[in-house]
Structure formats: C-alpha cells, structure tokens
Design a protein around this ligand. Sequence first.
Ligand code: TYD
Length: 212
Amino acid sequence: MRGYFVSFEGPDGAGKSTVLKEVLNQIGSELKTQYLVTREPGGSKIAEKIRDIILDPANDKMDNKTEALLYAASRSQHVEEIIRPALKEGKVVFSDRYVDSSLAYQGAGRDLGIQEVKQINDFATDKLNPDLTFFLDLDPEVGLKRIEKLRPGQEDRLEQENLAFHKKVYAGFLKVKETYPERFVTVDATQPIDQVVAQVIATLKQRMPELF
Ligand code: TYD
C-alpha cells in the first residue's frame, strides 16, 4: 500500500494540535497501516533547533526572507529525514502544518508573495505535496483570543504579531485553498471540538476507505 500524506492547517488558535491528537486517539488503532504524527516547524532534531530560532521572541530583528528560508530549511530536513522515508514505507503521515502555512504566513502575512514562497518550498521539498489538507477555519481574531486565554504571556514570535498580520495570513489561507480545491477540506473550527474531530474522521473514511 502506498503512503498517504495529510496536513492540518489554520490560523493560530484554531486547535489543530488538539484536533489531530484526538483524531488519532479515536482512529489510531483502526488504521490498517502504521501512521506517524509530526509537526512544523520542527518534526526532527535539526528541524526543531531551527524552530527554536524562528519562534524565539528575542529574535525580533529577523528579516522576513530569513524567516521564510528558515521555515523552508526546517521543512527540507523534516521531509528528507522523516516524511519521505515514512511514505516510502507505506505509512500515513499526519502533519500539524506544512507548506501552506509558509504560503499564508510568509507569502501573504509578510508580503513576500505566495508564488515566491512556493518556489523556495518546491526547492526545499522537491515538490512533495500533501494528498489531503484540513483547513481548520476560524476568524483570526477569535484564534488570538483563544491563545491569550489558554497560555497568557507565552505567545511565540509569530503569535505576538498584531491582528492586521493575522488577518493577512487568514486571507492568504483562503487564496491558497482556492488554488488547490481538490486537496483542501474546510472544517468550521468554531464548532465544539468533538464535532470538528468527527468531521475530520468522516472525511478520512470517505477519502481513504482503504485505510480502515
Ligand atoms: P504552531 O503550529 O502554531 O505552533 P504551536 O501550536 O506549537 O504554537 O506554529 C508556530 C508558528 O509558526 C505559527 O504562528 C505559525 C507559524 N508558521 C509560519 O509562519 N510558517 C510556516 O511555514 C509554519 C510551518 C508555521
């Protein structure tokens, strides 16, 4: 059986990590193939070190292109060391964020251009794209409020950006989503978590019946 690559995207505070964890809690033992859960930025030892540099609030002088290249560098390592080998072994890979985050945050949020950021990511990943992407759809203002409430004073460098930035990121996600309609599935992330989880599981069963 071939591997299958699923990514989770959305604005900060949409609940990706919680949803992903709960989805695997519920269906992990049902899956016919082995699976791997990973995240970006990070996912491997070197990639996690790059993550620390990117997200450190002390690095407030980081140039936008430096930021985009560091995300891409971290991703390149993650893809070569973790994702590709797992897919080759026929595993299902679930990633908390992937290239679409760079297109939205660096391409749109930082105004570097979605196409430009796509190019460096095509280079970094040798054009490895997810088979399926869940977009957890949430108004960025609501997302930031959730984070403030959940972990006050602990926002990372990107989360600390103002609402205008996060609105641009959100608009970027919508554009990216329109560009790849066959791969994106939008889930309303204002719903209670168990409904979000149920919708994700139903979609996985419908799109990847061979895995159940
Ligand atoms: P996130 O997954 O939200 O980390 P956590 O849930 O642990 O706080 O990712 C951290 C931040 O990095 C988030 O604000 C989104 C941002 N990001 C980018 O700007 N570009 C990228 O390519 C990726 C993967 C993340």
